[in-house]
Write a protein that binds this ligand. Structure first.
Ligand code: PAF
Length: 298
């Protein structure tokens, strides 16, 4: 497995692969790898001949310096996991090679980046799409694989790739969950044991929304109140937002008998967790199977 630390070194590895007619799959990460990342690597391996994993904690996408400083870093363990997973190259650029003095060009995302995560974390998606664009330029992937836990990130990246004619196939993978359904996240390892036990309310809040929608409820305020009540059962949890939106626009749905997306962000101390769930509210009006409903987002 090659470990490459600059855009030039990365590009030359990728040129060699393409010269041999090999298709490259990229899994962009910020390290602290877990089973969710391994699932992304697995899909990249199925779809491509060689896999590159990027590991870069991108300062541009953090709106709080303490979050950037405390973001978990475990490079040796990450490299070991990549090796064991059959990764061909790890792209671990230095801060200096990504953002040398004089760096000043950014990619500006549009309306999809404004609500939800965009409202709570100003500048976050501008940082994400800028770094993803740079990673794509260095790696030249045929396919890039992202997790559905960051649903809005996936939507914003798909938009960028289409708008800027990047010619990279974006592929998404369902969220991998722990025994109690908590979504795997690198941030989970920063939770204390008590916070970890309490964190299950994030999933339970999505459960009550799904149950209420299945029972016919469509009132956003009522759905938000039901979810907030669940989060409030844990004293250490602080709800930032919970909402039900149109998964295509990420805004309030104009048609509530449609595919809906429940989204949530909750704080446990200084750790912020997010999750989401696609809910088929059409199932009440017709009998379409969920499997086909979610094809749009695979
Ligand atoms: O999802 C992440 O880990 C990051 O936002 C990404 C896509 C690697 C960009 O830094």
């Amino acid at each position: 497995m090659q470990i490459l630390e600059s855009p030039a070194a990365m590009r030359s590895w990728s040129d060699e692969q393409h010269a041999c007619g090999l298709r490259i799959g990229l899994v962009p990460t910020m390290g602290a790898l877990h089973a969710g990342h391994l699932a992304l690597i697995g899909v990249a391996r199925e779809r491509c001949d060689v896999v590159a994993v990027s590991i870069f904690v991108n300062p541009l996408q953090f709106n709080r310096t303490d979050d950037f400083e405390h973001y978990p870093r475990s490079v040796d363990d990450d490299l070991e996991q990549c090796r064991a997973a059959g990764v061909g190259a790890v792209y671990a650029p230095t801060q200096q090679s990504m953002y040398p003095p004089g760096f000043e060009t950014h990619v500006e995302p549009g309306a999809l980046a404004e609500p939800l995560e965009g409202a709570g974390r100003p500048g976050h998606f501008r940082g994400v799409v800028t770094v993803v664009c740079k990673l794509f330029n260095a790696v030249g992937p045929d396919v890039a694989v992202f997790g559905q836990k960051d649903f809005q990130q996936l939507a914003v990246i798909r938009r960028m790739v289409a708008d800027l004619d990047m010619g990279v196939e974006i592929c998404s993978v369902s969220t991998v969950r722990e025994h109690d359904d908590l979504a795997l996240s690198s941030r989970n390892r920063r939770l204390s044991p008590d916070q970890r036990a309490a964190a299950v309310v994030v999933v339970r809040a999505l459960d009550v929304i799904e149950v209420a929608i299945s029972a016919g409820s469509r009132d956003a305020v009522e759905l938000q109140r039901l979810a907030a009540d669940v989060v409030a059962t844990e004293a250490t949890a602080r709800l930032e937002y919970v909402d039900v939106v149109d998964p295509h626009t990420l805004l309030a749905p104009t048609d509530t008998n449609a595919l809906l997306l429940a989204v949530i962000a909750v704080w446990f101390g200084d750790v912020r967790l997010i999750d989401n769930r696609l809910i088929d509210a059409r199932a009440l009006t017709d009998d379409r199977a969920n499997a086909t409903v979610f094809d749009d987002f695979a």
